[in-house]
Design a protein around this ligand. Structure first.
Ligand SMILES: Cc1cc2nc3c(=O)[nH]c(=O)nc-3n(C[C@H](O)[C@H](O)[C@H](O)COP(=O)(O)O)c2cc1C
Ligand code: SF4
Length: 465
């Protein structure tokens, strides 16, 4: 195994190893502090993180306001407090070693406010900000104004080119690195474009060489590229190390760090990771963000898949093809084809008696219980995203609604991620994971269910394991 050259990340020479930020509360102050202690880079998640008061007491999120837009404001305030407390924890744990980053999603609700208020109140504690999910043009000016390095997460050279041209070229001093996240392999939300086939993965190597070419034309010869997605053993990436076509490189891992002692996720989630088999992770598009994402198959994902199957195209006007009348929601009527009518009869017999419209001129058939659950989730929506297909929330429009029909094929990602990271049921929650997660079961580091410390994981990575 080639020795790994250290890299300058966020102003300090550190190991080229980065803990990927993981929301909600899957990477936090403690885990990121441990990565930094090992002279690497730890990243805590800035997505509604857990808040601890000055006495170290955990304060669960709570919402008092009746109106959604006011709850959105409460969410911004609580998330900011959470970010500040996690930054302090990370700093204390790290003892000033390594680097501490925060991860935010550009399309999370109130991202700009949360980031600005956090950086304002954590001077010297946070050294870098990684940010994906969307096109974070403003990231550069925000971070530069606080003297903090920024790390856009992209899945193509083209995306970086657009960010550079419009914004980052004006703030190049604080561009700390560019994360290339392989959209076919990485856990969490994935940046597949409309022209890319989720079923046909593309080799990251030529895509990263292309990214480096674009970066060189911008004078970014020495700015590190951070490879994320599918990184397991570094011996498998030896060709990338010291490779002039790639240039300075670091590696970001998201899935492997979940199975460390410092990782905040509950034991039953960690144990589940040890039993995964190949193809137990599914790339799908149920997230209310509209992005693809990769998560462990379970009853929850099967339920979403089955619900999407119980779908039929409908028209508001009767026609030769759309000849069969159905009731949609409480009061609307529509027309579906005779062929679909036969299917719906079967669905109704199984208890899926309610037809709900989607934004794509289709209806899905769900149970009465599910209708009640949707309503309850939508009523307590806190606007955790900038736009949400499940609740039609939009922070951009004057009346805080996208004006689209709420999509019953999706779900409240805030509830599911929050409950999962706080000890929730493995069958009903959402567990993001990368497509290599099945390797936990056979990797000798985890023999007999052994869970390493962050330091042990890093020691193994350094020798190529
Ligand atoms: C449970 C989980 C949650 C994640 N959440 C986020 C997130 O909130 N923001 C983000 O930028 N990336 C997120 N990611 C992606 C990771 O930061 C990392 O880039 C990715 O997992 C790397 O690929 P790997 O899973 O193959 O190691 C998440 C990944 C996982 C597994
Ligand atoms: S419905 Fe849930 S996921 Fe969607 S914006 Fe509201 S809180 Fe977030």
């Amino acid at each position: 195994m080639k020795s790994l050259d250290s890299v300058i990340i966020s102003g300090r020479e550190v190991l080229p190893l980065i803990e990927g930020g993981k929301g909600i509360a899957v990477s936090d102050g403690k885990s990121s502090g441990a990565w930094a202690t090992a002279n690497a880079v730890g990243t805590f998640s800035g997505v509604t993180p857990d808040y601890y008061d000055e006495n170290g007491n955990f304060i669960a999120e709570f919402y008092k306001k009746k109106i959604r837009k006011e709850r959105h404001q409460e969410m911004i305030e609580q998330a900011t407090s959470g970010c500040i407390s996690q930054a302090k924890i990370a700093h204390d744990v790290s003892g000033g070693k390594g680097r501490i980053h925060i991860n935010v999603l550009w399309e999370m609700g109130g991202c700009e406010d949360i980031l600005i208020n956090t950086l304002e109140n954590t001077k010297g504690l946070i050294h870098g900000v990684s940010c994906g999910a969307g096109m974070p043009y403003k990231l550069a000016s925000i971070c530069s104004s606080y003297g903090v390095y920024y790390y856009p997460i992209v899945s193509s050279a083209r995306a970086f080119k657009a960010l550079w041209k419009r914004s980052y070229s004006k703030h190049s001093e604080y561009l700390g690195g560019v994360v290339y996240e392989d959209p076919w392999n990485a856990g969490g939300h994935n940046g597949l474009s409309n022209s890319e086939n989720p079923l046909v993965p593309q080799d990251p190597y030529p895509r990263v060489v292309e990214l480096r070419k674009i970066m060189r034309t911008a004078g970014l010869d020495n700015t590190p590229i951070i490879m994320a997605g599918g990184v397991w053993n570094l011996s498998e990436w030896e060709d990338w190390i010291g490779n002039p076509d790639i240039g300075a490189v670091a590696f970001q891992l998201g899935t492997r760090p979940i199975l460390t002692r410092e990782s905040p996720v509950a034991e039953h989630w960690k144990n589940r990771l040890l039993t995964l088999e190949k193809n137990d992770v599914l790339l799908q598009r149920f997230s209310p963000t509209g992005f693809y994402s990769s998560a462990i198959k379970n009853d929850f994902l099967s339920m979403l898949e089955a619900r999407t199957q119980r779908q039929a195209a409908f028209k508001e006007e009767k026609s030769e093809e759309f000849s069969e009348e159905i009731r949609i929601g409480l009061s609307k009527t529509g027309y579906i084809s005779a062929e679909d009518k036969l299917k719906t009869t079967e669905w109704i017999k199984k208890g899926y008696s309610e037809a709900l419209a989607t934004p794509d001129c289709t209806v899905v058939f769900v149970s009465k219980e599910e209708v009640r659950e949707f309503k309850a989730s939508q009523v307590k929506c806190i606007g955790c995203l900038s736009q949400c297909s499940f609740s039609s929330w939009s922070q951009y429009s004057e009346n805080y609604s996208s004006g689209k029909t709420p999509d019953p094929r999706s779900f409240c990602i805030h509830d599911t991620l929050m409950s999962m990271s706080h000890g929730g049921d493995l069958n009903t929650g959402l567990m993001f994971a990368g497509h290599n997660a099945y390797r936990f079961a056979t990797d000798s580091l985890y023999t007999n269910g052994y869970i390493p410390t962050v330091q042990e994981l890093i020691d193994n990575l350094l020798i190529g394991k």
